[in-house]
Design a protein around this ligand. Structure first.
Ligand SMILES: Nc1ncnc2c1ncn2[C@@H]1O[C@H](COP(=O)(O)OP(=O)(O)O)[C@@H](O)[C@H]1O
Ligand SMILES: C[C@@](O)(CCOP(=O)(O)O)CC(=O)O
Ligand SMILES: [Mg+2]
Length: 387
């Protein structure tokens, strides 16, 4: 039996970083996916190993299952229906298993992803030989939530073939989980994100699990139904960065300047709430849409200014801001910042010619532009070979 799971990436429209400190944030799924295929060997395969293949990167990892059992012996009693956090001791044992393989220096950030894989696999499936293949349409470490979509897709595939979840195995094509299963997938993915982000807010795994557009605060989500079209240009500066380090740097600044940072986080909370209200309120004609777009642009600019206060902007991000401003377009970083991706609101009445010019100018700077669909479905699974 083979199962595949796919989970979308995300954009954060307002509130990144501040959301880690309890502020409201607004996020939407993007139609770029991480896909996980999981298969257990049959007795005739005579294969007693756990294999993990990162197909796009052409990297393969394999451990004899007895070796995993010996290294992670205390994980045997885990229950897939009760997500738990990875202890420091287990993290060290997992790191030792990962170090048994050579990861190219250029991809060293992947070690955390391999650790999250081992943690989720053994916690949910125990010491069972298995074959896991990963492909991803998302740029890794760019602010589009590849880490969360990786954890959600993994948790989805692993739970789909566990005793904790009962699904219609004969269903053809992509299938959605029920509410209680989604909650379980989301909780396990959050545990994986902890390994990748250190202190995640949970917004990325939540939007990847449930899809749509959401407002998120302190672990609670509210679905947002957009009352207006929303088109965003995503510009990848291609400047690499690491979410865990950036989240930690904001926390350090908060320790140094607690009162000032509390005001920054409170301002972001107001921005996210106002932005969500504007997006949700219905707009009947072009005039009403334009009026709302202008307010959204102003809020995005204000949010960007506050992200600068948190110390997570970057010269490459500033270049995108300056370039889009020439066309009177508002932009802000999305995700952890420090490079990565920038969002630009594309007003409904903006001509295709201008969009083309903006994209050409950004690409001439060496950036990569994409127009992804936003607000689509969350995690889905598929049994057998059909798509
Ligand atoms: N498809 C994948 N395969 C393996 N690891 C992945 C994959 N996608 C994400 N990761 C892990 O997540 C890390 C990037 O996460 P992060 O720094 O949070 O940025 P983002 O979530 O914005 O892409 C990678 O360095 C890797 O460890
Ligand atoms: C900075 C943060 O708000 C979002 C990080 O997103 P990404 O990993 O850069 O895609 C962290 C979090 O909410 O866990
Ligand atoms: Mg991430």
């Amino acid at each position: 039996m083979e199962v595949r799971a796919r989970a979308p990436g995300k954009i954060i429209i307002a509130g990144e970083h501040a959301v880690v400190h309890g502020s409201t944030a607004v996020a939407a799924s993007v139609d770029l996916y991480t896909c996980v295929s999981l298969r257990f060997p049959t007795p005739s395969d005579n294969d007693d190993s756990l294999k993990f293949h990162l197909k796009d990167l052409d990297l393969e990892f394999s451990w004899p299952i007895e070796r995993v059992k010996e290294a992670l012996s205390e994980l045997g009693s885990c229950a897939p229906s009760s997500p738990t956090s990875c202890s420091l001791g287990t993290m060290k044992a997992i790191a030792a298993l990962v170090e048994e393989h050579t990861i190219p220096e250029a991809n060293i950030g992947l070690a955390a992803g391999v650790s999250a894989f081992l943690w989720l696999y053994i916690s949910i499936q125990g010491y069972k030989p298995g074959n896991v293949v990963i492909t991803s349409e998302l740029p890794l470490g760019s602010g589009l939530g590849s880490s969360a979509s990786f954890c959600v897709a993994l948790a989805g595939a692993l739970l789909a073939l566990s005793d904790s979840v009962s699904l219609d195995l004969s269903h053809e094509g992509w299938l959605m989980f029920g509410e209680s299963e989604l909650e379980l997938v989301n909780k396990w993915a959050f545990e994986g994100e902890k390994i990748l982000h250190g202190k995640p807010s949970g917004i990325d795994n939540t939007v990847s699990t449930y899809g749509n557009m959401i407002k998120f605060k302190l672990g609670d989500l509210t679905r947002i139904n957009a009352g207006m079209p929303l088109k965003m240009l995503i510009t990848n500066t291609k400047v690499g960065r690491n979410t865990k380090a950036l989240v930690a740097s904001v926390s350090e600044r908060t320790v140094r300047h607690p009162n000032a940072m509390a005001s920054v986080f409170s301002a972001v909370d107001s921005i996210s709430n106002e932005l969500a209200t504007i997006i949700q309120s219905p707009a009947s004609d072009d005039f009403a849409i334009t009026e709302k777009e202008e307010k959204l642009e102003e809020l995005m600019e204000m949010n960007q200014g506050l992200l600068q206060c948190m110390g997570v902007s970057h010269s490459s991000i500033e270049t995108v801001l300056r370039t889009t401003l020439k066309y009177k377009l508002a932009s802000k970083l999305t995700g952890a910042g420090g490079g990565g991706c920038v969002l630009t609101l594309l007003p409904t009445l903006l001509s295709e010619t201008i969009v083309g010019r903006v994209i050409s100018e950004l690409e001439a700077c060496g950036f990569q532009c994409l127009l992804a669909g936003i607000g689509g479905k969350g995690v889905q699974i598929c049994f057998g070979g059909s798509s």
